[in-house]
Design a protein around this ligand. Structure first.
Ligand SMILES: [Zn+2]
Length: 121
């Protein structure tokens, strides 16, 4: 989580306390360089190419998570939805608005959480 906005880090820690399902952040799930973002785009794993269309990950304003269930990583929607509930409640308690990628219309991105543009600086 190095380079991730401290407000988002606080939400992650609070969500970890709340969630009954453990979760982690993969190597590409926090702050990304332009090269990392481009590679994910070329692999079809992100809609942002990192150059003309930058990802919030490049500014440290987003994190991606995976669920950790029975000793293994999981991207099952039931697990990620539970974790999302913990994130949204944590964000509410910390008075820092976030968006969950599971509600994105163009590209449902269940592991993704980002600070909104109206998050207080
Ligand atoms: Zn993401």
């Amino acid at each position: 989580m190095s380079g991730v906005d401290f407000r988002l880090k606080q939400i992650v820690y609070r969500a970890l306390e709340k969630s009954k399902i453990d979760f982690g952040i993969p190597e590409t799930g926090g702050l990304r360089t332009e090269e990392m973002q481009k590679a994910l785009y070329e692999a079809g794993k992100s809609k942002a190419d990192g150059v003309t269309n930058k990802s919030k990950h490049q500014y440290g304003l987003a994190v991606d998570v995976y669920a950790y269930v029975d000793g293994a990583a999981s991207w099952e929607s039931e697990h990620l939805t539970h974790i999302a509930a913990a994130f949204l409640q944590a964000a509410l308690e910390l008075d820092t608005p976030i968006k969950w990628g599971g509600f994105f219309h163009s590209f449902t991105d269940m592991p993704h959480f980002e600070l909104t543009d109206i998050a207080k600086g």
